[in-house]
Ligand binder design. Sequence first.
Ligand SMILES: [Zn+2]
Length: 324
Amino acid sequence: MAIQLLNRKKPVKKIDFMQFLSGVPARDYVFLNTPYEEQVRRSAQFLKSADAVLIGAGAGLSTAAGLDYGGKRFTDNFGEFIEKYGPAMTDMYSAGFYPFPTEEEKWGYWSKHVYLNRIEPGALPLYQSIYELVKNKPHFVLTTNVDHQFWKAGFADEDIFATQGDYGEIQCARGCHDRVYDAKELFLEMNEERKDCRIPSSMVPKCPVCRGEMAMHLRCDQYFVEDGHWNEAASRYAGFLDRHRKGKVALLELGVGFNTPTIIRFPFEKMAGEEKGWTLIRLNLGEAVVPESLAERATGINEDIAKSIRDIMKAEKCAEEGQD
Ligand SMILES: [Zn+2]
């Protein structure tokens, strides 16, 4: 019955996420043996000579910024959960996958997790430094992080594509309709009302359309909702790539490991390989290997990201003042 469709609002153009992905790792990874200071100097040079900066950020960046999901920060905050659910509670990443037996317990856990990682923290200094580093050039952020730190640090919404969701939002667990819901207030209330790791039954959210269960807006299964805002961000990312394809782009990759490398890591290597005007700055404690074939157009700094960013900013200043 096509007639019924006529009065509907024009749908947001659907972007196929697959177009941004690459599943092909470089075959010529090397740890660069160039000294740290030289790599810092070159990274600053790459940023200085670029027309635009594309940031790719993964979990390692938020860990370096202070949002550590394991260790003392986990045991200090999740004592009652560790006691109740036992050895499966090893860190906040694994805990998110725990099969909580009831909705009251599921939201009991998530309200704590979201409060700690999304609601309570302000802009973290490392994220603010990154904003300072790139704010005077055209820039765009592609991130798998869901803690909202890029917005808090001052980046504009139109310059961010957070591909995997946001801790502040919830959706239908079965993805029955293409909308996500702001749940920050709800999480605050849940966080206050939680007792013995569970929230009151009256606070359990229900899908307004199918009345089924709700879930975090996080890409963890095939039901992840790519809503209008997500599609607009994807489309702006595609636009940024098109506009700067033939120019000089510095790819600033921060804390992207091998957990979901197809979203940032492999595509960045592919683009840097194809576009001769592009450079790759990979900051990653432990996984800073870069393709040898990128030779003089890549740095791979195997150090604490906060330290590397501080030193790159210093090197930029020195270069400006002619003290290099
Ligand atoms: Zn539903």
